[in-house]
Design a protein around this ligand. Structure first.
Ligand code: ASP
Length: 587
């Protein structure tokens, strides 16, 4: 028997017991004739004591220990002289009768402490050491709890967890696929799934009317901050449901998770906001509704006064920043530079200060104080507020105002991480026109159904009509982050075919890539819909962190590399030959 207890469980009630622990040396220190060793495992830390009453062999082993040595320690639980309130085991220590080194350790390249002295790259290379640290341990424990509670909830709701394949057909419509060469089928490739979308729909055709899976997905995207090429989804699909059924069931799941994992109660019925309202009011399809500062359109109030910047654009919008009228010239200049950064992309910034003693603005020359007051009032400004205006194309400007709103929310400390404000965004446009490729793309994905009342528009050949078509699509948004999304699907072969036509996918190409699903829809496909949550991100948010990397045991870095494995890497010529591959890299 290696251990009788773990390193986190002994308490004052255990005094007098003879116990054996096994774990890692967190630290060892000598004070006079007494040595203390902190032994650590997944469960906690316990203090071991070596004094003159211990056998000589124990003292000898104890003086040979280094950090991270794996040891086995036997002794008697005693009350500590000086207690440590920070440790669960802080009331006791173990006076040793036996001490064994199970394995020595090199000195670790960084300290295994809550705040380590190791840089990110170094810790990534030795991820197994980093994972010994508390913050990462806590993150992985939370992730486990979440997975268990997801399964508990969905199981109780009659869902079946069904696995779908990882080696599938390449059908890129969105991100790039990761591909895998097939040795047994020379010159042919599998792709790793970007999501199990088509499989879960086929499971609906097969009659498994409530499916879920906690599943890995793969997308070969240029990595933006906090994206991983492989990530995990809670993927779900249901048959014989309408949008409201799906929303109710999954806000139930989120409520369950909030309650069980965070001990937080969220509203019994979450708000639903249309995509159009979210864009108009918050300049974002993932609005943070923990604070106000809504966007107001003020175009008609500011045009026709000879201010050509505003006269020459289709849209002028404003936000009122509470209590910021005291911003100095310098702060306003800095903010103007900030909105001009490529990440925001505005051309300039106009301000109106609503002071006790009147209005002050960067456009005083063109407008009377009454006119400026009218703009400020429309934006909802009160005395002491600062109104910020941007202009240009409508959606683009709203998006910029949305980014500015979040920035001001951060600066004013309005985004309290302890407040959770989830909501659903609904009624997305079905299609998005891309000027560059001169074609429509599916805003969600090509299996998303148009709203039944927009079906006629969907069959129109006019671009303007198609732009009007809304989808039965929805996103779950929390504090400015999209945590999940889905839709009611197309379940009729001819509507699906129409979708591929609208997307400019030729009949042959559609047949080649998606023939299997169009075919399946001809064999009694039930009405169905579902969604997927980004599991890593849900965990990170529940853990109160911005980055998902800590919630993944072995993540990739920001250029998609596994620093520990040093992957990706070259394969040898024999392996290449076997796969009928020839590399043109570095040629
Ligand atoms: N498969 C979709 C995605 O990965 C989610 C869904 O529509 O269910 O975004």
């Amino acid at each position: 028997m290696y251990r009788s207890h773990n390193c986190g469980e002994l308490r004052i009630g255990d005094i007098g017991r003879s116990v054996t622990l096994a774990g890692w040396v967190q630290k060892a220190r000598k004070m006079g004739g007494i040595s203390f060793i902190d032994i650590r495992d997944r469960y906690g830390i316990t203090q071991l004591r070596v004094d003159e009453s211990c056998p000589a062999s124990v003292a000898e082993v104890s003086s040979s220990l280094g950090r991270e040595y794996v040891i086995q320690a036997t002794g008697v639980v005693e009350e500590r002289q000086s207690k440590n309130e920070k440790l669960d085991t802080g009331d006791i220590e173990i006076r040793l009768t036996e001490l064994k080194v199970l394995n020595a350790s090199q000195t670790p390249p960084f300290t295994i402490e809550d705040v380590s002295d190791g840089g990110e790259e170094l810790r990534a290379k030795y991820r197994y050491l980093d994972l010994r640290r508390n913050p990462l341990k806590k993150a992985l424990m939370l992730r486990h709890r979440m997975a268990v509670e997801v399964r508990n909830y969905l199981d109780r709701q009659g869902f079946l967890e069904i696995e779908t394949p990882f080696l599938i057909k390449s059908t890129p419509e969105g991100a790039r696929d990761f591909v895998v060469p097939s040795r047994m089928n020379p010159g042919e490739f599998y792709a790793l799934p970007q999501s199990p979308q088509t499989f879960k729909q086929l499971l609906m055709v097969a009659g498994y009317d409530r499916y879920f899976q906690i599943v890995r997905c793969f997308r070969d995207e240029d990595l933006r901050a906090d994206r991983q090429p492989e990530f995990t989804q809670i993927d779900c699909e249901m048959s014989f449901v309408e949008q409201e059924d799906v929303l109710n069931l999954f806000e139930g799941m989120m409520r369950h998770l909030f309650k069980e994992v965070c001990g937080v109660d969220i509203a019994p019925k979450l708000p639903r906001m249309t995509w159009f309202e979210a864009m108009d009011r918050y300049g974002s399809d993932k609005p943070d509704i923990r604070f106000g500062m809504d966007i107001s359109e003020v175009t008609s109030l500011v045009q026709g006064n000879g201010f050509s910047v505003f006269d020459s654009v289709p849209y002028v919008g404003a936000i009122a920043v509470p209590g910021a009228a005291e911003y100095t010239r310098k702060q306003l200049d800095e903010l103007t530079e900030w909105v001009k950064r490529p990440q925001v992309g505005a051309k300039g910034l106009v301000y109106i200060k609503v002071n006790e003693d009147g209005i002050k603005s960067s456009i005083d020359k063109f407008y009377s104080p009454e006119q400026l007051q009218a703009v400020a009032s429309k934006a909802g400004a009160k005395i002491g507020d600062l109104v910020l205006l941007l202009c240009g194309q409508k959606r683009k400007t709203q998006t910029q105002l949305g980014v500015l709103r979040i920035e001001m929310g951060n600066r004013l400390g309005l985004r309290d991480p302890k407040v959770f404000a989830p909501l659903w965004i609904v009624d997305f446009p079905l299609l998005e026109w891309d000027d560059e490729t001169q074609r429509f793309y599916a805003m969600h994905h090509p299996f998303t159904a148009p709203k039944p009342e927009h079906l006629k528009l969907f069959y129109s050949d006019r671009k303007e009509d198609l732009e009007q078509v809304c989808a039965n699509a929805y996103d779950f948004v929390l504090n400015g982050t999209e945590l999940g999304g889905g839709s009611i699907r197309i379940h009729e072969a001819d509507v699906q075919q129409r979708m591929f036509d609208v997307l400019g996918i030729s009949r042959e190409d559609a047949e080649y890539k998606f023939g299997f699903i169009i075919n399946a829809f001809k064999f009694g496909a039930p009405p169905h819909g579902g969604l997927a949550f980004g599991f890593d991100r849900v965990c990170a948010l529940f853990g109160g962190q911005e980055t998902i990397r800590d919630f993944i045991a072995f993540p990739k870095n920001n250029v998609g590399r596994d620093v520990m494995l040093d992957a990706p890497s070259r394969i040898d010529d024999a392996q290449m030959d076997e796969l009928f591959l020839k590399s043109t890299a570095n040629e």
